[in-house]
Write a protein that binds this ligand. Structure first.
Ligand SMILES: [Zn+2]
Ligand SMILES: [Zn+2]
Length: 176
């Protein structure tokens, strides 16, 4: 029972990693054929970009599930911070991704849960990010044309600042 639960968590994590990586691989041509890897990193902020790296904050619709009561909710404003860097000598790029968590408002002692983005909204975010990478790392001149996120389901009430990790980090108001 315990081992089954553990492997389920690992599968979920791997699945998100696979989805984000494949969304980036699909845009390899736009990234000049260079190899770009996506890694999740919950330690990055809008202030701690390493030398030579760039950052970008965006957000999209995502769902959450409370691991205590199994309740699900949706949020149309789930922020994501990206740090990205191109090693032009080896044609190897790295993208660090931090997906801001939210916690259940019904459970006492609720834990911060990772958001679940749909494949379509991952692609929306990756499309915006790749535009930034092309401008910053490949010095292309591109216009701004953000494709909007796709919403599904019903929003329940206003954005819950107290239960949103991004709000607590001052990130929610900064996304573009
Ligand atoms: Zn709960
Ligand atoms: Zn927020």
């Amino acid at each position: 029972m315990a081992s089954r639960r553990r492997s389920k968590v690992r599968t979920t994590f791997d699945m998100a990693s696979i989805l984000w990586n494949s969304a980036v691989q699909e845009r390899a041509t736009e990234l000049h054929g260079d190899s770009w890897d996506v890694v999740f990193d919950d330690s990055i902020t809008q202030h701690n970009t390493a030398p030579g790296w760039y950052h970008y904050i965006s957000g999209s619709f995502a769902g959450f599930t409370c691991s205590l009561c199994r309740r699900s909710w949706a949020s149309k404003r789930v922020q994501v911070i990206f740090h990205f860097y191109l090693n032009s000598a080896s044609n190897q790029g790295t993208i660090k991704v931090r997906r801001f968590k939210q916690k259940c408002k019904r459970c006492t002692g609720a834990r911060m849960e990772d958001p679940n983005f749909s494949v379509e909204n991952i692609d929306v975010l990756v499309e915006r990010l790749v535009t930034k990478i092309r401008v910053r790392c490949y010095e292309e001149y591109l216009g701004e044309s953000n494709r909007p996120s796709r919403f599904s389901g019903r929003m329940n009430g206003p954005h819950e600042t107290l239960h949103c990790e991004a709000c607590q980090n001052g990130v929610c108001s900064q996304a573009t």
